[in-house]
Structure formats: structure tokens, C-alpha cells
Design a binder for this molecule. Structure first.
Ligand SMILES: NC(=O)c1ccc[n+]([C@@H]2O[C@H](COP(=O)([O-])OP(=O)(O)OC[C@H]3O[C@@H](n4cnc5c(N)ncnc54)[C@H](OP(=O)(O)O)[C@@H]3O)[C@@H](O)[C@H]2O)c1
Length: 243
């Protein structure tokens, strides 16, 4: 993040140790390291980059984070089933627990790909999609802009409860590695053809209308989105589905 011009303040339980000092040196001229609560008090955006097992506990030790954007990057709980694959454990995501315990924090959960995709976002030729979920639309927007600057593509995943889907998705995404497959797979997300260009999806699919619709976050894009006119040219006339 230092390379992208962000001021980075590492929070460490031992900010003076050699490994932390080296990390600060590698992170550009604006980087520093202090205790975890001190770092959190200085920053408007706090990344809880600690092991998942302790992230809920650590969030409660950082002082008053009211109004700050607090990012949970941890994966879900891991539990191995009798067949060797993982259990689906995501009936509650850690980010939801943090948000429930600290209602004034603006908790955002992101589904980080492996750190190598930040070192080289075009490693596999396509940028990784990173889901961004949180109850505060402006907080999601802030995080989306940071992710965009870091070279990955943010995807607006709505309120924080959708973090449970990330946990399930991570479990799914770990299967090729568990099977020790050498070949890589790429999940191409369901392309979201804007049905709204053609008919009122809320009415026809019975989705419900998001309460935040008037404050939808603006997520950055690398290329402008095709317009409705362009979609109408590309696609045959689309009838609403039968009810
Ligand atoms: N690495 C990846 O590619 C990757 C990808 C996706 C998601 N993630 C997620 O990112 C988070 C961090 O990953 P990581 O690989 O950087 O983890 P890590 O190296 O195991 O831990 C990061 C730091 O957390 C601090 N820490 C450890 N235990 C702590 C405790 N009990 N209380 C307070 N601080 C503690 C330590 O810093 P100090 O000793 O300096 O305090 C440690 O250096 C994890 O939740 C992981 O699931 C990582």
C-alpha cells in the first residue's frame, strides 16, 4: 500500500522487533509501526490483518473504533469432515460478530485472494475479483477504492451478512488444492447482464428493494460499463420471465 501512496501504520504487539522494522522499511517513506491500539487510533481505515482465530478478540482490544472503517480479511472457520473435505461452517461470519459487538464500527469484510495477486495483479492475466460486504455503503466504497488502487477488482457484495457466502466460496475454492491438483482453475463470475435495462427485475423476480438504493456506493471500474443502449444492441429483445 505504501507503493500506492497510502500512509501505512503497522500495529504490532512488538513494533520494535527486527521483522517489523524490515517490513516498515520495505513499505515506503510514509510507513511506521506502533502498538496495535495506537495504530488503530491514528488511522481512519483499520485492517484487522491477524489470524482468523483471534480477529474477533483483537477487534475488541483496539480502543474506540466508532466511525472508522474496520476491514476483516480473515477466512472462515475450518473444520474437516469425515470424508476429508471441509464442513460448511458459515452460519455466521466473523465480520458479522464484530459488527454486532461494536455497532458504531463500520465493518467491511473483503474476500482476499492470495497475497501474490497484490504483488502482481496480472499474474494470471486477469485481475482477481474481491467481494466487499458491509452494512455501510460509504464504507464499502472507501474499501473498493483502496482495492482498486491495489490492482484488484472490487465487487459490491452488499451488507455484511453476505460475508457468510465468502466463507462458503473459500471452502469451495480450496477443493482443487485439497485434491492436490496442479492445474489452476479460474472462476468466471456470473456476468451480471443488466436486466434492469430491459425490465423491472425487482418486480419480476420478487427480489425486494434494498433500503440503501438511494446511497448505492460508487465502485471504481477500469473501463466504463456498457450503456443500456449498447446492451440493447448486443442482446436480442428480452421478454420478462413468466410469473
Ligand atoms: N497471506 C495471505 O495470502 C492471505 C490471503 C487471504 C487472507 N488472509 C488473511 O489475512 C490475515 C492475516 O494473514 P497473515 O498471513 O498475515 O497472518 P499471520 O502472519 O499469521 O499474522 C499476522 C500478524 O498478526 C499478529 N498476531 C498474531 N497473533 C496475534 C494475536 N493473538 N493477537 C494480536 N495480534 C496477533 C502478528 O503480528 P505481531 O506479532 O507483530 O503482533 C502477526 O504477524 C488472516 O486472517 C488470513 O486469513 C491472508
Amino acid at each position: 500500500m505504501g507503493a500506492q501512496g497510502y500512509r501505512v501504520i503497522y500495529g504490532s504487539r512488538d513494533p520494535g522487533r527486527d521483522a517489523v522494522r524490515e517490513l516498515v522499511q520495505r513499505s515506503g517513506p510514509n510507513a511506521s509501526a506502533v502498538s496495535q491500539p495506537e495504530a488503530a487510533s491514528q488511522a481512519p481505515v483499520v485492517v484487522l490483518a491477524v489470524p482468523g482465530e483471534v480477529v474477533v478478540e483483537v477487534a475488541g482490544t483496539l480502543g474506540d473504533l466508532g466511525g472508522k472503517v474496520v476491514i476483516d480479511v480473515s477466512g472462515g472457520e475450518k473444520r474437516v469432515a469425515p470424508d476429508g473435505y471441509q464442513e460448511l461452517t458459515s452460519d455466521l461470519a466473523r465480520a458479522e460478530v464484530i459488527q454486532a459487538r461494536h455497532p458504531t464500527m463500520r465493518v467491511v469484510r473483503i474476500n482476499l485472494p492470495n497475497i501474490v495477486y497484490f504483488m502482481d495483479p496480472l499474474l494470471t492475466k486477469t485481475r482477481a475479483t474481491v467481494f466487499v460486504a458491509g452494512n455501510d455503503p460509504k464504507a464499502r466504497e472507501t474499501v473498493a477504492n483502496i482495492l482498486f488502487d491495489l490492482g484488484v477488482d472490487p465487487w459490491d457484495a452488499g451488507p455484511v451478512r453476505f460475508a457468510r457466502l465468502f466463507d462458503a466460496f473459500n471452502t469451495l475454492a480450496s477443493i482443487p488444492a485439497q485434491q492436490r491438483r496442479a492445474e489452476g482453475y479460474q472462476v468466471v463470475m456470473m456476468p451480471t447482464v443488466p436486466f434492469s435495462c430491459f425490465f423491472d427485475t425487482v418486480q419480476f423476480f420478487g427480489y425486494g428493494e434494498p433500503a440503501e438504493l438511494k446511497q448505492l456506493p460508487k465502485f471504481p471500474r477500469r473501463e466504463p460499463a456498457p450503456t443500456c443502449e449498447e446492451w440493447m444492441r448486443r442482446l436480442p429483445p428480452m421478454a420478462p420471465p413468466p410469473q
